[in-house]
Design a protein around this ligand. Sequence first.
Ligand code: SAH
Length: 232
Amino acid sequence: MSAQADRVMDLSEWENRWQEGRTGFHRSDVHNLLKANVDKLICGRREVRFFFPLCGKAVDMKWLADMGHTVVGVEFSEKGIKEFFQEQNLEYNEEAVADIPGAKLFKSTDGKISIYQCDLYKFSSAVAGHFGGIWDRGALVAINPCDRQKYASLLVSLMSSDCRYLLDTLEYNPELYKGPPFFVSEDDIKTVFGGSCNIDLLQSVDGFEEKHRSWGLDSLTEKLYLLTTKTQ
Ligand code: SAH
């Protein structure tokens, strides 16, 4: 990660991506590794409360909500959030958030999906409680490398004691591409989550796609980890 340690993307750069439609990270189908490992995420539980950090307009939120779970996401871009509700044909209400000045809450009228429009680091368990599941795709790999400990401490503070946290990461040669998404190794995960969580590698797949050639890469591995609290 040293080659990328100093790289910083500010929120306005993310917003510009949304405004200009440069959202190549978005997938129109449910993520293959989420589908393949959803039983390990849900673990037989009903009506799980899921947290989606840096949710974008991930269709995975609707997929889990359709199974009877509830979803809370955090996303900075209002445009991204509105596109989510429009593209999923979901009616929603918009309200202010008492605990976070300037933030907005976009909530589907059936109450199953809530997305907070704010900087993730302003969010906390005081705003929306604790979660039984977390789907982290394009989130730990998207935040600035210098913020990883802050990010991990926040995520751990949102986990209920039975929380199952699926973390999707990418490994590639960080000398060749500056990110985001950033390279995150198992050691990087252990450094920031290891004190609080058990970390199990569930799956490792060849994640190389044609678009990665334009990033200057010729290989990329996608890894999925399960994090559970050590108190479990
Ligand atoms: N998880 C989504 C989006 C990944 S891209 C998916 O899989 O499609 C990362 C997203 O995080 C972008 O939509 C960007 O606008 C948002 N983002 C980046 N930094 C953020 C921050 N500090 N707080 C809230 N959202 C942020």
